[in-house]
Ligand binder design. Structure first.
Ligand code: NAD
Length: 379
């Protein structure tokens, strides 16, 4: 019988904490100061894929919680975008402003390489491609590479394109037409993604309300509007939730649908790129009760991820845009299923992802790959 493990040795219920994850790797390199955690959540669909975040976490527990949550999210994101990748993520414990060095990222690259293709990674909050240029000296399992290094470049282009497909699908579901021109939109954040979406809507002749804490971006979008048939109105950051527009497009921060804002919203739908827009699942249910159609963020903002995954087949912008178009069909299916079964769109999206994972498990079994042990040692 298996010996009962004294759990105090590995810390309180560590295995319970990582239950649901395939593998968690603690990387410790005193010479470079690297302390990192790589979490591989699920590789049913293919090797794990997910960025590497660097943050001055106050405790190892905090870093572990973050990497476990984010890597699980990647399994769903990859499944939803129909990618042959699983979910993974890495966190480096340290201050991105003071603790970076070439040695640290080379050491991290060695750890990634040691996983021998089970985990592909690239930039996330707190890391840049300049950091990964060092990691790339140690491993080939890096993606989201700049064009100058043979990669696919700026991922905000397909992400913005995905938001536009999301807006079209939403319009189709609500109005029976995917024309965007004759509607009003409120956009939070005019950064790399939000600005491109705003430009597209103005060129289509739509009316948009915008907010950003960066005044230069607000001036730029006003100048852009003057060259189009669309109109723009700038509103204060706090007022964006109260704008009576058709669709709210969050492209700045997470957690913006919360107890306070859910009741302020006067829109018919929410479709944006920001990650983790719902502070908690209950806020998705609140929107559902209010009759506000919510496009799950991880479905809408998958364009960048699609590009990063596609890069492994060689950069090709047309192929990426063609794959990104699937967001339109996927979102429509989710809306219809949520309506049919009276569930939230988040629940319908999660269900779709779980079904894809289940289907893949069945398929592997059906094809009955050679499952003999690799080492055929005679007794
Ligand atoms: P970005 O940093 O370029 O833009 C964010 C913008 O939001 C900035 O202009 C910033 O000034 C503004 N902002 C910050 N706080 C604000 C506030 N309180 N009110 C109004 N505006 C505020 O980021 P991005 O690349 O455009 O991404 C936007 C969102 O989409 C982020 O949540 C990001 O995580 C998510 N996302 C981006 C991509 C991508 O490919 N870039 C992919 C998936 C998800």
């Amino acid at each position: 019988m298996k010996q009962q493990l004294d759990r105090s040795i590995v810390g309180a219920d560590m295995f319970e904490k990582i239950a649901g994850h395939e593998q968690v790797v603690f990387c410790n390199d005193p010479a470079s100061g690297l302390q990192a955690i790589i979490a591989i959540h699920n590789t049913t669909l293919g090797p794990a894929l997910g960025g590497t975040r660097m943050r001055p976490y106050e405790t190892v527990d905090e870093a572990l919680e973050d990497v476990l949550r984010l890597s699980k999210g990647m399994t769903y994101k990859c499944a939803a975008a129909d990618l042959d990748f699983g979910g993974g993520k890495a966190v480096i414990i340290g201050d991105p402003n003071t603790d970076k060095s070439a040695a640290l990222f080379r050491a991290f690259g060695q750890y990634v390489d040691s996983l021998n293709g089970r985990f592909y990674t690239g930039t996330d909050m707190g890391t840049t491609m300049d950091d990964f240029v060092h990691a790339m000296k140690e491993t080939n399992f890096i993606n989201g590479i700049p064009e100058a290094f043979g990669g696919s470049g700026d991922s905000s282009i397909p992400t913005a394109q995905g938001v536009i497909y999301g807006l079209k699908a939403t319009s189709q579901f609500l109005n029976g037409s995917d024309h965007l021109a004759d509607k009003t939109y409120s956009i939070q954040g005019l950064g790399k993604v939000g600005f491109k979406v705003a430009e597209y809507l103005l060129e289509a002749g739509a009316s948009i309300y915008v907010t950003d804490i960066n005044q230069d971006l607000l001036r730029s979008i006003e100048q852009k509007a003057n060259q189009t048939t669309g109109t723009v109105k700038v509103v204060d950051s706090a007022d964006i939730y109260r704008v009576a527009a058709d669709i709210f497009i969050p492209c700045a921060l997470g957690g913006i649908i919360n107890d306070q804002t859910a009741d302020q919203l006067q829109v018919k739908a929410i479709v944006g790129s920001a990650n983790n827009q719902l502070l908690e699942a209950k806020h998705g249910r609140r929107l559902h009760e209010k009759g506000v159609l919510y496009a799950p963020d991880y479905i809408v903002n998958a364009g960048g991820l699609i590009q990063v995954a596609d890069e492994l087949y060689g950069p090709n912008k047309d192929r990426v845009l063609a794959k990104t178009k699937a967001i339109y069909t996927s979102l429509l299916e989710i809306y219809k299923e949520a309506e049919l079964d009276s569930i939230t769109t988040e629940e319908a999206a999660d269900r779709k992802c779980e079904a894809r994972l289940q289907e893949q498990r069945t398929r592997s079994h059906f094809y009955a790959r050679d499952r003999r042990p690799k080492w055929n040692i005679r007794e």
